[in-house]
Design a protein around this ligand. Structure first.
Ligand code: ATP
Length: 359
């Protein structure tokens, strides 16, 4: 087990800086997920920790060792990738023990290790099979087992589930969470899928354009985002955000300049739930997505398309509707997208209106 510390890390490819001034501490034994849109620098960060990519500046510490310049094989880190990279001509057993053989681990010890690990990842019945005789999930387990026999201080997983179908992906997520609990080793996991990040990580690092936006536990990110990027990246549907210019009658006590007002779809009140205090908007219901107990509506308002989520019985599409968001459910951001936390509920407790007069 080991804590990982990245100090002022930068990475350039030729003239292009893809990461600059990145500082990150990954706690010993945590399941830390790096998440962000494609190209934001997640894999590059991971590959620098593993030693597969050289940092252009800064220091990387694993445990009490600065590993700048240390070869990947000597970092006590095991990696699992999206493409399992198994040897097709070798059996499951041979694939798993390959690294041990290279390290000249005696046969008896090798056999015991392979048996132990295969029990954990439920591969014992498949030891003599070749990779092409296995399902995607089983192949991914072989890749995991191959990493596990090294008994590394740190597991690094780069989108390991993205080749699996939705059902198997769900199952493997649960298996990985259980595996992490069982091993107690530091897991660093990369995904572009915020749902995967939220369901697996105990600590989530949200990245955008090579810059860390926020590091927090999943629900803290969702309920208390530091900025517009995190607010809109985490959660489905995404947080509704309107330009403050589109809002009339909102009086907020704050010293900061408000640029945007945000609210979550599930905090939108409709029909019988409507109140006489809050942010009110009207519009046409464009679509209704029924999730069984809940409905998600896309509403076209004067301030753009907004989402509302409710357990109330269905409203019809094309219907004109009025909705209200209570003041204590509003998030405020400055014109640069930074969260404004020090706000007071509006002095005038009445309705503010989005998008001008209602029809
Ligand atoms: N070998 C390379 N040479 C030049 N540019 C690179 C190289 N590898 C990555 N990049 C650039 O660095 C940036 C970060 O890439 P990286 O693969 O880390 O992103 P990512 O967040 O993991 O994206 P994805 O989810 O698509 O894998 C991208 O703009 C990419 O084009």
């Amino acid at each position: 087990m080991a804590k990982i510390v990245l100090k002022d890390i930068s990475k350039k490819y030729k003239d292009e800086t893809v990461i600059s001034g990145l500082n990150l501490t990954i706690q010993d034994g945590s399941f830390t997920v790096l998440v962000g849109p494609s190209g934001c620098g997640k894999s590059t960060t991971l590959r620098m920790i593993a030693g597969l990519e050289k940092e252009s500046g800064g220091e990387i510490w694993i445990g009490d060792q600065c590993v700048n310049g240390t070869q990947p094989g000597l970092r006590d880190v095991a990696m699992v990738f999206q493409n399992y990279a198994l040897y097709p001509t070798m059996t499951v057993c041979e694939n798993i023990e390959f690294g041990l053989k290279n390290r000249k681990v005696p046969k008896q010890e090798r056999d015991a290790l392979v048996r132990e690990i295969c029990e954990i990842v439920a591969l014992t019945p498949y030891l003599d099979k070749k990779p092409q005789q296995l399902s995607g999930g089983q192949r991914q387990r072989v890749a995991l087992a191959r990493a596990m026999v090294k008994k590394p201080q740190v597991f690094i997983l780069d989108e390991p589930l993205s080749n699996l179908d939705a059902k198997l992906r769900n199952q493997m997520r649960t298996e990985l969470i259980q595996l992490h609990r069982r091993l107690g080793t530091t897991f660093v996991y990369v995904t572009h899928d915020q749902v995967e990040a939220m369901s697996m990580g105990d600590e989530i690092v949200v990245m955008n354009k090579g810059v860390i936006q926020q590091i927090d536990a999943p629900m803290k990110l969702y309920n208390d985002p530091d900025n517009l990027f995190t607010a809109q990246f985490i959660g489905t549907p995404s947080m509704n955000v309107v330009d403050v210019q589109a809002v009339q009658g909102l009086h907020v006590d704050t010293s900061a300049k408000i640029g945007y007002v945000g609210f979550r779809a599930e905090h939108v009140l409709m029909g019988a739930e409507l109140r006489s205090e809050g942010l009110e908007l009207g519009g046409e219901i464009m679509t209704r997505e029924s999730l069984g107990a809940e409905n998600i509506y896309q509403i076209r308002s004067n301030a753009g398309v907004l989402f509302a989520k409710t357990f109330l019985s269905s409203l019809e599409t094309a219907e004109h509707t009025k909705v209200v968001v209570p003041y204590n459910r509003l998030y405020y951001f400055d014109p640069d997208g930074n969260r404004i936390r020090e706000t007071m509920i509006p002095r005038q407790r009445n309705l503010a209106v989005i998008g001008g007069a209602l029809k």
